[in-house]
Design a protein. Structure first.
Length: 322
């Protein structure tokens, strides 16, 4: 972060109830995790300044909400929370986000990741300004959406999923630890600019907690979601990776959509499986019917024999008296 970036923000004078900071640069240094990506593995649309800005903004807001500093609505604060993890940047997610941004489609992809979208007009905004505007817009959903979370409930319910709050809830999803973003100006959208951010682990799971209500961590033992976690007690955020010295590049597998040929082949396989299954069911049904018929024949034959034996017994019995 430099002075130019920090001058874009004037509202970061307090971000937790544990530390008071008036300097944007100080906040950024305190909250930013150690570098966890190799820039050479990322693309060249965004640079490290943009990437650091993205994780700074996310972690500032994640710390803010679990420390009870975020408004649900005027005069009411969101509940404090625990087990909120620090966000790291990831080049794999940047690539998937950039690939979707390049499509210039104003809609969500079908990828198995959390996904936030932002679009601005054709004004000549730079990337720093766009990132600020996007994250600010996503975060405002918490306060602007009526019927969102309450002071005693942070569950992402089905009803909540129907409200315009999913961008905020993904930023605040406590178990999410990776983010990567893509940026594209789209001629087919009247030169509007799209910012796409992808997240893992994915948030917005129906009936899952956005974050747990409680108190921010003070000790490492307070961080319970992932093994070997540590607590950054002045922010209240937990950290999955601070004990590692190497650059973190956990394998992130993002399923790709099948091609038309693959889709046809998959459907043919499904058809063959279903056809074989139907044939087996038909054969079993036929065998069952034959078994039932045979059993009924034997049962009838047994009944006839039983009656004949009874008649013979009566005749023999009566013959003793004649």
């Amino acid at each position: 972060m430099n002075e130019a970036i920090c001058s874009e923000r004037s509202d970061l004078n307090e971000f937790s109830n544990k530390i008071w900071v008036t300097d944007c640069l100080t906040i950024s240094r305190l909250l930013r995790p150690k570098k966890t990506y190799n820039s050479n593995q990322c693309l060249n649309i965004l640079n490290d300044t943009h990437r650091d800005l993205i994780i700074d903004e996310h972690n500032i807001l994640r710390s803010q909400i679990i420390n009870g500093k975020s408004n649900i609505k005027k005069g009411i604060k969101a509940p404090k929370g625990k087990n909120m993890y620090k966000i790291y940047y990831n080049c794999d997610l940047e690539k998937s986000a950039q690939e979707w941004a390049n499509e210039c489609i104003w809609d969500h992809s079908d990828l198995d990741v959390g996904e936030n979208l932002f679009m601005i007009g054709a004004e000549n905004y730079n990337k720093i300004k766009t990132i600020f505007m996007a994250i600010e817009d996503w975060w405002k959903e918490l306060e602007n959406v009526s019927g969102g979370i309450s002071t005693n409930n942070t569950i992402y319910s089905r009803a909540l999923s129907k409200l315009r709050i999913g961008h905020w809830s993904q930023i605040s999803w406590a178990k999410t630890t990776f983010v990567g973003c893509g940026y594209k100006s789209c001629e087919n959208l009247n030169d509007r600019t799209i910012l796409v951010c992808h997240y893992l682990p994915q948030g917005n799971v129906i009936n899952g907690p956005i974050y747990e209500i409680g108190n921010p961590c003070k000790f490492d033992a307070d961080c319970e979601t992932y093994p070997f976690s540590t607590c950054e007690n002045f922010t209240g955020l937990c950290d999955r990776f601070i004990l590692r010295n190497e650059i973190i590049s956990e394998p992130i597998l993002i399923p790709k959509e099948p091609t038309d040929a693959e889709e046809i082949e998959l459907n043919e396989v499904k058809y063959d499986v279903l056809e074989n299954l139907n044939q087996n069911i038909t054969a079993l049904t036929f065998e069952k019917s034959k078994f039932v018929e045979t059993f009924e024949d034997l049962q009838n034959f047994g009944n006839i024999i039983s009656v004949n034996f009874f008649i013979i017994f009566i005749i023999c019995f009566l013959s003793n008296f004649l």
